[in-house]
Write a protein that binds this ligand. Structure first.
Ligand code: AMP
Ligand code: MG
Length: 401
């Protein structure tokens, strides 16, 4: 029996360096992981500019008290330049984002002045206000976004604000996915008596895509030795990672184990956790293999704990674990010491504190507990039964963070 942490550490130590980078237009880079730091080719903003619609002046012309009349020498729209510097006694009407004229260092908001014809009457104001300074956002040569970052819409906008239109990102890890079991039927087709419809291939497919992988769907493989052998061979030849569900426990038809010995080196683990104890991990040639348990909650949970960090590492991400924090359980929780237990919870913030309750029945086949929940309640190995009101670790379900 190994612990969850030992399993995770073992897996991450064996997952190779990230998959190769490729250069993509920014319009296709959403959700990808940066392979190289993005550096600013110039100062951002490139020049001092006005933060408001108003009047640019030289601070020497600001009255210490009372008012002063200044001559308005022109109008400057964003995108235009005003070549001549301001002279004493002059103001320039300026729009938000327009570059400051020479000699000016302060902008009056237009509602702070009285305009009469070609003159404007101004009062005291703090020197230097309402100006955005050259390089105040990013200095030329500075690192704007570090490699290993996931590109969200805001990262992409920052990149295009630098005038760049393509980026170096890691390609998506290719993940071959299959379900095993004679009892598993394809959704959308009739099922025979005794069959169940495939849930795992679809929870896992979505999870792989959310983790940044490309899915190669190899369908459902019956519990027939030769078929399983052929399909796993095919999977290993085409993918960076192979994920299967079912067939890893010690049932009569649990062939995965047997077949894998022939085409790779795979360890079968008993992980001290609930749900989801059996797990297979190893290599099929150059390909990393995960054999997840068949029960739907267990397969999704073991994906989150063991496969996702590996995919994130392969995809080049810097952060490999989702955030977690403490919340107060509003109900007592049954817990056996010596293993890590994961309950599906509903996390809420009320009256200044995080609270959590379970979603109800917690059987490892009850997929609706994942649907009702928005987090995992993580009960560490050393813990026993938990009383209502105690603090517990919660890990919100995340797609990306
Ligand atoms: P196994 O690990 O193959 O013994 O499967 C454990 C349990 O999970 C059995 O009740 C299976 O019917 C169920 N199961 C296996 N694969 C799937 C699947 N793809 N979708 C839903 N349930 C499954
Ligand atoms: Mg099975």
């Amino acid at each position: 029996m190994i612990s969850v942490r030992e399993g995770q550490a073992h897996i991450l130590a064996r997952v190779a360096a990230p998959v190769a980078p490729e250069v993509l237009p920014v319009t296709r880079a959403l959700g990808r992981v940066l392979a190289e730091d993005v550096q600013a080719p110039f100062d951002v903003p490139p020049a001092d500019n006005s933060a408001v619609d108003g009047y640019a002046v030289a601070s020497a012309d600001i009255p210490a008290d009372g008012t002063r009349d200044l001559e308005v020498i022109g109008d400057l729209a964003a995108g235009a330049l005003f070549e001549a510097p301001l002279r004493p006694g002059q103001a320039l009407r300026i729009m938000t984002g327009a570059p400051m004229p020479g000699g000016a260092d302060t902008v009056y908001p237009q509602e702070a002045v009285e305009r009469a014809g070609a003159r404007v009457r101004v009062g005291p104001i703090d020197k230097g206000v309402n100006v955005r300074f050259r390089g105040e956002d990013v200095e030329a040569g500075g690192i704007v976004i570090e490699h290993g970052s996931v590109l969200r819409p805001q990262e992409i906008g920052l990149i295009t604000s630098l005038g760049l239109w393509q980026v170096s990102v890691h390609r998506r890890p290719r993940v071959a996915l299959l379900s095993t079991g004679d009892e598993v039927a394809e959704p959308g087709t009739p099922r025979r008596p005794g069959q169940i419809y495939d849930a795992n291939r679809f929870t896992l497919r979505g999870s792989i895509e959310q983790a940044g992988g490309d899915v190669l769907d190899l369908g459902i493989v019956p519990d027939v030795r030769e078929e399983l052998l052929a399909r796993l061979r095919e999977a290993a030849a085409m993918a960076d990672v192979v994920v299967s569900s079912g067939g890893v426990s010690v049932g009569v038809f649990d062939l995965v184990k047997d077949v894998l010995g022939e085409i790779g080196t795979v360890d079968f683990w008993q992980v001290a956790m609930q749900p989801g104890r059996p797990l297979a991990f190893g290599r099929l040639g150059e390909t990393t293999f995960f054999g997840l348990p068949g029960n739907p909650v267990a397969s999704l949970l073991t994906f989150m704990l063991f496969v996702r960090p590996a995919l994130w590492k392969l995809a080049g991400r810097r952060r490999l674990h989702p955030p977690s924090w403490q919340a107060q359980t509003v109900e007592p929780l049954r817990k056996r010491t010596g293993r890590r237990e994961f309950k599906r919870g509903v996390l809420a913030f009320a009256d200044g504190a995080w609270t959590v309750r379970t979603t109800g029945p917690q059987g490892s086949g009850i997929l609706s507990s994942m649907v009702a929940g928005n987090c995992l309640i993580v009960l560490e190995e050393e813990r026993g039964d938990v009383a209502a009101g105690e603090m517990v670790t919660v890990e919100p379900f995340v797609e990306a963070f």
